[in-house]
Structure formats: C-alpha cells, structure tokens
Design a protein around this ligand. Structure first.
Ligand code: SF4
Ligand code: SF4
Length: 426
C-alpha cells in the first residue's frame, strides 16, 4: 500500500537532505559483483537475499531512482525506481535493523561501499515514517529520561557503589581504596556499563596503577546510536561530555564497549560540531599504557588453559586496535590461539548494531552466529576473551546453544584478577 501523500513528501524531503557526494557514490558505483555476499555472516548463514549487503543498499537506491532521476520518474519499472509503500518500508526495516554494522562487507567490497552508512540513511527514513525499532526507541528514551533525572538516580547508584567499594577494599587489601564519583580534576573519567562487572575490575586496575580517576554517573551504552536517531544519540553522549567538562578531567576512558567507543571516538564531535577539551581512549589502551609504563605487572601464569580472542568489529576492523589486546592476553597466558580469520577479516559475532537488544531477532542472531561458533571450535580454546559487552553476551548465548564448553572473559577481568595473585603463588 502506498503511504499517504504527506508522509511520502516528508520522506522524499528527508532523503533529499541526505543526498551528498558520499551517498551518490555508494548508490552509483555498485557493480553488483556480489563479492559482499560471502563477506556478510547473515547472508552466509541464511542465504536470504534480504541479507545480501548490496540488496540492503539497493532498496535505498530504488527510492532514489524513483524520486530523484528523470528516467526513474518517467518509467520507474524500467529503471528500477520504487515508490515508497508500506511494504517497501517494512522490507527496509527488516534489512536495516538486522544489520550489525560490522562493516565486513565494506572491507571486501572492491569499491569500499559502506552499507552501514547507506543503512543509516534508511534508519532516518524509517524513524520519520514512524517505523523505527520500537525497543531501541524505548531504550534510547529511557536513557534520556534517566539523564534528565540523574539526581534521583544518584542516591541509588551511590548506595550500590558502597557495596562495590567494600569488595574492592577486600580484593586489594586496602581499607582506604575508593570508587570516586564526581571528583574534580581527575586524570580520567571512566565510563562503565550498567552493573558491577565493568566497575569492579576497572577499579582494581586503577587502584593498582595508582591512578587519579573518577567514575561517570552515566552508562557508556547508546541506544540512540543503534536506533539511528542522531539527535537522541547526541543527547545520550552529551551527558558524559558535559560531566567530563564540569569535572575538568584530562581523559575520558570508555569501558569495553565497541559501539560506545565508536560514538565517542568518531561521531560525537561531528554531531555536536565541537572539539573535545580532553582525550578519549578505550580502557584497552589505558591498560596497555600502564603495562608499558610499568605501572602494573601481570602474572604470566595466570591462565593455564588455551585462550582465544574475538576482535569486536567496532574495536578491531572499525578502529584498528589489534595489537594491544593480544599483547595483554599473551602476558597472562602461555597458550594463546588465534581465530581464523582474525583482525580486519574476523567474522562478526552476530549481535552488534543493537541486534542483541531486539528480542524478535533472537533466533536469527543465534543462527547467524554459526560462523563464530565454527571459528571458536577450530581453535580448541577453553577461554574466549573479548572486550565488548555485546560480543560477550552473544558468545555466551552461542556457548549455551551450541554446547561450546568455554568460558568467556573481558580483558579487564583477566588483568584485574591476574594483578591480585601474588607472584610467588603462581
Ligand atoms: S561488493 Fe560492493 S560493488 Fe560488489 S555488489 Fe557488493 S556492494 Fe556492490
Ligand atoms: S555491515 Fe555486516 S551485517 Fe551489515 S550488511 Fe555488512 S557484513 Fe552484513
């Protein structure tokens, strides 16, 4: 069914705003060579044409041809132009919100077509048509509300932190060890995820490195980014940027979270049209820095079982951090085994891009994790390490569903608990 005239005009106007040299290049240059077919874990696992990267972009190309080319306007069927209908928007929804944003297709495409970028345009259109992902909208709105009412949440957070602080003191054997919050002039503002599991290991590491740090009141995750709503994504990230400015910190350190790292490193400054007055780093880079500076020393015999490493797409292929995590793991394990392929060519775990947060994609997510399962099995590793919460959640699900018999760990856990083992006991 065709959408009503008013909606159609609104969506065309929106697409017009989005048309730039980059989008036109992507829409024009595709040679339909289908090389990207074998690069996308979703297509390889399902053989469904909807998950072919080139097909996903093709839906936007067809709308563009129908409304923005002379031939498409006159004889759309001949020139592959497509009118905006409810069915087309539903199809666009299916291909868009399932994409994990791993950009493996771009890596293999001879023209470096960034399908994820084209799908960011698709998300803008879907949101304007009232067809953005409902669950991602809900999660993004909840984060924005929390940010507006942070004083209400602060009391609860500080109470929970007291308990985490007690655990920290016990673990490091120092009754004065603290988890500082809102401490001005700290070197680092550490941005964790919801839950103690990303706070306690970081606090152990910072304590052992004698770091002057403070914990952010806000969580790193950004559902506005997954949703594809730049205004919401900016609002969610801005709370942390404002906090960092208010506290006058030198560096914002993002926990092991691929997309949050990408938001702060690549997007926020252009969304806000401003330059940060601080540096942004991943916790991996900080740990690696401490090791290089001799501020922490790891126990080389901490891990006795074979270990492998899963490169999160947003930290590896899309940011280029490959050496640091491998270096850290090698310092606590004598049996490190690479997955094949790895680094830039690593297969996506299947859960990124907000896929893990969409329950209607659960079955699909497990199916499209098949390649990751195969890779893990081939290594014979008993521990899989990955510095991204989404990847770890997915690998835990795959472990359960495919009986992998593995343990999954963050880099921070490996480092923190290795630091706590006295050398003579190893
Ligand atoms: S690999 Fe690139 S050029 Fe070839 S079909 Fe895919 S998107 Fe188009
Ligand atoms: S970004 Fe990843 S999931 Fe999305 S189309 Fe490309 S290969 Fe497939």
């Amino acid at each position: 069914m065709t959408v009503d005239k008013q909606t159609e005009e609104k969506l065309i106007a929106l697409l017009k705003q989005k048309i730039n040299r980059q989008l036109l290049y992507y829409l024009d240059i595709c040679a339909r060579c289908a090389i990207c077919r074998d690069a996308c874990h979703q297509y390889v696992a399902t053989k469904d044409v909807h998950y072919l990267p080139a097909y996903r972009a093709e839906l936007i190309r067809r709308i563009y041809k129908k409304y923005f080319t002379r031939t498409g306007r006159i004889i759309p069927s001949l020139y592959e132009g497509k009118e905006i209908t409810d069915d087309l928007l539903d199809e666009l929804y299916k291909v868009t919100y399932a994409c994990t944003g791993c950009r493996r297709c771009m890596f293999y495409c001879p023209f470096s077509i960034d399908t994820t970028w084209v799908l960011s345009v698709a998300k803008t259109i879907l949101i304007a048509a009232g067809k953005g992902s409902p669950i991602l909208t809900e999660l993004a709105d909840a984060a924005i509300e929390k940010g507006k009412n942070i004083d209400l949440f602060k009391g609860i957070m500080l109470d929970i932190l007291k308990d985490t602080e007690r655990k920290l003191q016990e673990k490091v054997g120092d009754p004065k060890a603290t988890i500082p919050v809102e401490k001005e002039d700290s070197n680092l503002l550490y941005v964790a995820l919801s839950g103690e599991h990303t706070i306690l290991p970081a606090a152990i590491i910072f304590h052992q490195a004698k770091e002057n740090w403070t914990l952010s009141l806000f969580e790193a995750s950004n559902y506005g980014y997954f949703l594809g709503d730049t205004a919401k994504a900016k609002t969610i990230a801005q709370r942390i940027v404002d906090e960092a400015k208010r506290l006058k910190v030198k560096e914002v350190v993002v926990t092991e979270c691929g997309h949050a790292h990408r938001v702060f490193k690549f997007f926020y400054e252009s969304w806000a049209k401003e330059k940060y007055p601080f540096q942004v780093s991943s916790i991996l880079e900080i740990i690696h820095r401490y090791l290089k500076e001799g501020r922490i020393n790891l126990n080389s015999k901490y891990i006795k079982e074979p270990v492998t490493y899963h490169d999160p797409c947003q930290i590896g292929r899309n940011y280029g951090v490959f050496a640091e995590p491998r270096d850290i793991i090698s310092q606590v394990s004598a049996d490190f085994r690479e997955m094949n392929p790895q680094r830039e060519k690593n297969w996506c775990c299947g859960a990124g891009g907000g896929v893990v947060a969409q329950p209607d994609l659960d079955e699909f997510r497990i199916k499209t994790g098949e390649l990751k399962v195969k890779q893990i099995r081939q290594t014979g590793a008993k521990i899989v390490v990955s510095p991204c919460e989404n990847c770890r959640l997915q690998i835990e699900t795959l472990n359960e569903k495919y009986n992998l018999g593995i343990r999954i760990s963050s880099i921070m856990d490996l480092v923190a608990y290795s630091l706590l083992i006295p050398r003579e006991q190893s």
